[in-house]
Write a protein that binds this ligand. Structure first.
Ligand code: GLU
Length: 462
């Protein structure tokens, strides 16, 4: 069997963390088994679907490296096909037209609620029960599925294990609306069949839909053609509530803007509800080698922004300097800074990347190499006093002479410390402040070397 998985987002917003995790797991499962990964856009909610959102989803997936083999398929381009299958189901007696009006449905709901019953359609337009009912003039019917009223329906979920529902809890769901647009549960079944999906991997908010879909599958094909189901656990915020905007960035592209590397976010997402022993940091290649549904957790995963940052930091440390330079330059450019006017950006990045947890953070640290953040007088006065001034002057004189490399600069600093019986921070702090405007920088000799002799001497005003 060739494994075929799909990601089927509804384009009603950006690609969020939860959707991206679902896409990643479906993608990884297909790649793990040498199968195909299909992208399908479920755009049947005409009021909420937008092209902007479609583009945002495609962009997010591309950025994360979740390449698809087929699609994107759009459900709204497949209306004729849903109609065809609905007709087929009607002809076989599995479905029927229903002319119940909105008002009648509302009345029924009200009555049922008053009686303490669960509101549900009562099957009144089932052909054998509809004698005497009058079709409203000119109205188009919806098509409803004839759900078995007895027995139960179940499946062996690849994550959650056996699940079953009594059929009496399910009513005759609408397959096709009067305007010919399929409901989610119908569109999904027709598409999963037509696209020969073997494994439906999706969020567990769909567990309640699966029994309805299974009935439709059963009406259309033999058991072997029905895909396996794997429902992924929810993602919660730190407060135990379902992850939402309240918990900070939930849009994948926001992570890009905040300076995450896509492979870091993939790695973080992979760990949201799946594990491979104690492995935390692993490559996409390893993910593809290791991924299995058996190790997807049954219980909810917790999203931890701090951990995501930590993960990104691990990736930044080992990222290629040239690639990081390009990304950092872009952020600097957004800050209005031209990184060509200053020390080579790849050297700056190499010096700073160990201490940054995002590219934006890296750019903020790199900033001092390209714009002079002049220290304020009050700060200078606290750092440059009668004791430090002569030492600073001595250092300035030495720096004017020494060969301009890190080792020689370090030696000059050491000599000045010794001659003045000072400790490193006593000298380094004022030098940092005067030269960079900051009191915290990486190793002073490295910073000075990168800034260049002229700049350093010009700024060391003592
Ligand atoms: N369009 C559905 C959603 O975005 C897809 C559910 C499914 O994968 O079946 O939730």
């Amino acid at each position: 069997m060739i494994v075929r998985t799909r990601f089927a987002p509804s384009p009603t917003g950006f690609l969020h963390i939860g959707g991206a995790r679902t896409a990643l797991f479906s993608w990884a499962y297909a790649r793990r088994h040498g199968g195909k990964f299909i992208l399908r856009i479920e755009d049947t909610d005409l009021e909420r679907s937008t092209e902007l959102s479609v583009n945002a989803i495609l962009e997010g997936m591309k950025w994360l490296g979740l390449d698809w083999d087929e699609g994107p398929f759009f459900q709204m381009k497949r209306l004729a096909r849903y109609k065809e299958v609905a007709d087929q189901l009607v002809a076989a007696g599995h479905a029927y037209p229903c002319w119940m009006t909105r008002e009648e449905l509302d009345d029924l709901r009200k009555l049922q609620t008053e009686k303490g019953l669960k509101p549900r359609y009562d099957g009144r337009w089932r052909p054998e029960r509809s004698q005497g009912l009058k079709k409203p003039e000119g109205a188009k019917p919806v098509i409803r599925f004839r759900t078995p009223e007895e027995g139960e329906v179940g499946w062996n979920d690849l994550v959650k294990g056996p699940i079953s529902f009594p059929n009496k809890e399910l009513d005759d769901l609408v397959l096709l609306r009067a305007d010919g647009v399929p409901t989610y549960n119908f569109g999904v079944v027709v598409d999963d069949l037509d696209m020969e999906i073997t494994h439906v991997i999706r969020g567990d908010d769909h567990v309640n839909n699966t029994p309805r879909q299974l009935h439709i599958f059963n009406a259309l094909v033999e058991r072997e053609k029905i895909p396996a189901f794997a429902h992924l656990p929810m993602i919660l915020g730190a407060d135990g509530e379902r992850l939402s905007k309240r918990h900070g960035a939930v849009s994948v592209m926001q992570y890009m803007e905040e300076g995450f590397l896509p492979e870091a976010l993939d790695n973080y997402l992979a760990r949201l509800g799946w594990s491979h022993g104690n492995e935390e940091v692993f490559t996409r290649k390893q993910l593809v080698e290791w991924f299995d549904l058996g190790h997807v957790s049954k219980s909810p995963a917790q999203f931890d922004p701090g951990k995501a940052l930590w993960m990104n930091q691990q990736y930044l440390k080992h990222a290629d300097d040239v690639r990081l330079s390009g990304l950092t330059e872009l952020v600097l450019k957004d800050m209005g800074i031209d990184a060509r006017k200053g020390p080579p950006i790849d050297k700056v990045v190499a010096l700073l990347k160990d201490r940054a947890n995002t590219v934006v953070h890296l750019a903020e640290n790199a900033r001092m190499f390209y714009v002079y953040e002049q220290p304020i007088q009050k700060d200078i006065e606290t750092q440059v006093d009668t004791k430090t001034r002569p030492a600073l002057q001595m250092l300035k004189a030495k720096l004017a002479e020494v060969p301009w490399d890190r080792k020689s600069i370090a030696a000059a600093i050491a000599e000045v410390l010794k001659a003045n019986a000072m400790k490193m921070p006593e000298l380094a702090m004022p030098v940092r402040l005067l030269v960079t405007g900051r009191t915290q920088t990486p190793s002073l000799d490295a910073v000075l070397e990168l800034l260049g002799r002229d700049t350093v001497l010009r700024r060391l005003l003592v």
